[in-house]
Design a protein around this ligand. Structure first.
Ligand code: UDX
Length: 440
């Protein structure tokens, strides 16, 4: 089979390479010629573990091609996937669909055979229906089918999530569309992955409801963490205790500084706008958005309190600025709120992040970038862990203690063992866990 994948970002490039892994002939398209040039040179425009090898292997096999013009990608394509960005529109929270509709128009004008157009980008409920109308308008001469096939890829484990998904969701209107998608995902039959065929609107809403529920689950445990700190409970044990209930499940119950990333923030907002458009209040999701935004700011107070209120002129070592480990993505990262707020209070910030510097230098002006944790920690009046990169889990706390000016450790991802931190001489503050005095 042959497909076109429009968009070579986190979703398009991973999906294109993984479809090639399924034996499909894939042509990835991107208007950004420099991205295509990078990919042709074997370099990745994004950081995603395992992607470089996967792309190289399938390029060498001639199954994966890249082009900055659409036409060659449309030739003989059984399906054309739209995997372009749908960022939050400035100011009103709606999803910006300009890239989706620009791609759709170009597809309509370029097609010379009946084809299936599949939205893989996260698009508001009703977008597939709008695309159907557009195609009928632009190409009354050509049957163009529309389907929804949302992705559930987590950055940092996107290839795994594509090749071994919990489920595949397909919103289809015709048997032909269903047969094409079933054929593309046939390799997953081997591992008996459930493939859910449903209506286009239902598939679109499943995506938003999934991300909004996960954002709700995280925000729930984050608020429970606040209560734990007051009553002396341990949120990690609470999470374990509730997560063992099969109806709750143990994942996405790690308390932290609030969720970020390219999806949860934009998808919760877009779902709220869709609900408003249809006059349906989603009060839980609305509260989740507000609580999460406030939480990032509340983390600043937690850090200032851990430094006894004295931040001006102090040096703070920040470990991790990406929104999560194993990615270079900084979108909506809590660090984008926390670091500038500390700088505004007069702190000098030194940062180490294994992958964050490329994006971070543009987004976090005025910080000193360090090549390793110990360089960042030297002379610090506080160490603040924001992102749980594995590199930080192995931090030598005794060595760190010898390097800091003040033994303050604020661990916003509960990476360290409080007892161990205390024995090393740190005053330890976690999230939802009892604090520890030095040497306690
Ligand atoms: C998410 C969804 O998981 C994925 O299915 C969807 O396709 C895209 O959005 P992603 O944003 O890449 O994936 O990362 P994810 O691992 O879901 O984390 C999202 C945010 O929640 C991160 O800021 C992370 O730090 C935070 N998080 C996650 C927590 O704070 N606690 C958790 O237990 C899990």
């Amino acid at each position: 089979m042959r497909i076109a994948m429009i968009g070579t970002g986190y979703v398009g490039l991973v999906s294109g390479a993984c479809f090639a892994e399924f034996g499909v002939e894939v042509t990835c398209v991107d208007k950004a010629a420099e991205k295509i040039a990078m990919l042709e040179a074997g370099r990745m425009p994004i950081y995603e573990p395992g992607l470089e090898d996967l792309v190289a292997r399938h390029r060498a096999a001639g199954r994966l091609r890249f082009t900055s013009t659409l036409e060659p990608a449309l030739e003989g394509a059984d399906a054309i996937f739209i995997a372009v960005g749908t960022p939050t529109r400035r100011g009103d929270g709606h999803a910006d669909l300009s890239y989706v509709f620009a791609a759709a128009e170009e597809i309509a004008r370029g097609l010379d055979h009946p084809a299936l157009v599949v939205t893989k980008s996260t698009v508001p409920v009703g977008t597939g229906r709008r695309l159907q109308r557009l195609f009928r308008e632009l190409r009354p001469d050509l049957p163009i089918d529309v389907a929804s096939n949302p992705e559930f890829l987590r950055e940092g484990s996107a290839i795994e999530d594509f090749l071994r998904p919990d489920r595949v969701v397909c919103g289809v209107e015709t048997q032909a569309a269903r047969d094409t998608l079933a054929a593309l995902y046939r390799p997953l039959n081997l591992i008996e992955t459930p493939i859910l065929f449903t209506s286009i609107e239902t598939a679109e809403l499943i995506k938003y409801a999934t991300n909004s529920f996960l954002a709700t689950k995280i925000t729930f445990i984050n608020e429970i963490a606040d209560l734990c700190e007051k009553v002396g409970a341990d949120v990690q044990q609470v999470a374990r205790g509730i997560g063992l209930d099969g109806r709750i499940g143990r994942k996405f119950l790690h308390a932290g500084p609030g969720y970020g990333g390219s999806c949860f923030p934009k998808d919760t907002l877009a779902l709220l706008r869709t609900a408003e458009l249809h006059g349906v209040p989603l009060r839980i999701v609305d509260t989740v958005v507000q609580v999460n935004e406030a939480r990032k700011r509340r983390m600043v107070k937690k850090i200032v309190d851990a430094m006894s209120g004295e931040v001006a002129g102090k040096r703070i070592a920040v470990l991790g600025v990406t929104f999560k480990p194993n990615t270079d993505d900084m979108r909506e990262s809590p660090s984008l709120v926390i670091v500038p707020a500390l700088q505004a209070e007069g702190a000098e910030i030194r940062v180490h992040d294994p992958e964050g510097r490329r994006e971070g230098e543009r987004l976090l002006p005025g910080v000193t970038w360090c090549s390793d944790s110990y360089e960042a920690i030297t002379g610090a009046d506080a160490i603040v862990l924001l992102t749980e990169w594995n590199q930080f889990r192995g931090l030598d706390l005794d060595r760190a203690r010898s390097l800091v000016r003040q033994p303050v450790l604020v661990d916003l991802r509960n990476v360290f063992d409080p007892e161990r931190a205390s024995r090393a001489g740190f005053v330890y503050t976690g999230v939802g866990r009892p604090g520890r005095r030095a040497g306690a």
